[in-house]
Design a protein around this ligand. Sequence first.
Ligand SMILES: Cc1ncc(COP(=O)(O)O)c(C=O)c1O
Length: 385
Amino acid sequence: MLADRTSLFTESVIREMTRLALVHGAINLAQGFPDFAAPEVVKEAAVEAIRADHNQYAITWGAKRLRDAVAAKTARFYGYEPDPEREVTVSCGATEAMMAALLATINPGDEVIVFEPFYENYVPDAAISGATLVFVPLEEPHYRVDPDRLRAAFGPRTKAIIVNTPNNPSGRVFSREEMECIAALCQEFDALCITDEIYEHILYDEHLHINMATLPGMRERTITISGLSKTFSVTGWRIGYLIAPPELTDGIRKVHDFLTVGAPAPLQEAAATALALDDTYYEQLRTLYVGKREILLQALTDAGFGVVRPEGAYYIMADIRPFGADNDVEFARYLTREIGVAPVPGSSFYQDTELGRSKVRFTFSKSEATLRIAAERLSALSVRV
Ligand SMILES: Cc1ncc(COP(=O)(O)O)c(C=O)c1O
């Protein structure tokens, strides 16, 4: 009785690993959500909003205060101010934002380019919206864009490219040169660029996030997606947003309205407070994650994994070949069951699953205490193998 589209994707492997972690009492370094507190002022703002009876539907495309805050924040960080009335839509997380963006722009059979490794949601998103995905592998070991390979993926049926930087799972932050290469191809082939910038504020070392809409000729063909989940450690609040030119926003808002009506009203008020926090907050967030990255990098290196230092986001793709392992799924299960640390099998981030067989992904979006216990457990691996 099921529709064909449900057979085009499987249940999330990440959630499966989370279940396995629970069964075996393993530390869950699979699913990318923080196990530490959200900022006090942001939580207070949510409590206040409920007390002030922000309990009914907000305007379907987002509470005005939040849309204004998104516009102001975009001006502060990227130097252009989208029109909150015509270019900003609040959604139930970046997840709904991506779905709404694709449903609003894709006709069945349109091609959408995705780099691999990719965030696993893009496959079901494509199946639901009728998009045909065209995969372009990033060049390993540093996950760089190969301009020739990318050009070869563009064609007359290309409707859009999805660009996720800072990237989950690879930790890559695309350079200006790479973003310019993507921008030039979008213009040449008259394609949209849909960006997933959910990790825009989690950056390391000298790496800078380039907002695609700021590149010449790109604002009119870019749908920018971001949200509160990662920057404010509130993945369960389900607040995200899209910034797009007015004509695209009209279509996106229609889809969004009938998908969800709107994001949680009191949490939209709190989100407006969060986005307005001063630069110190964003600096502290980076410092926090720099420390966490170091703990996990050290633990993985000491245990014997091959690692590439992430430039942004909060994941490490680790090479399991030094252990003589060549099956990521078996290795991930072994690690969860026997060592007590749950990663995600690398193949779940690839269309060509063979490309991911030699890897597992760990998140370090956990408290220092959790990461230290994980490090301790991982050290048993070097002794065993
Ligand atoms: C690349 C990427 N996009 C989107 C999301 C989901 O964001 P949200 O919680 O805003 O739906 C995640 C969560 O892991 C992610 O890694």
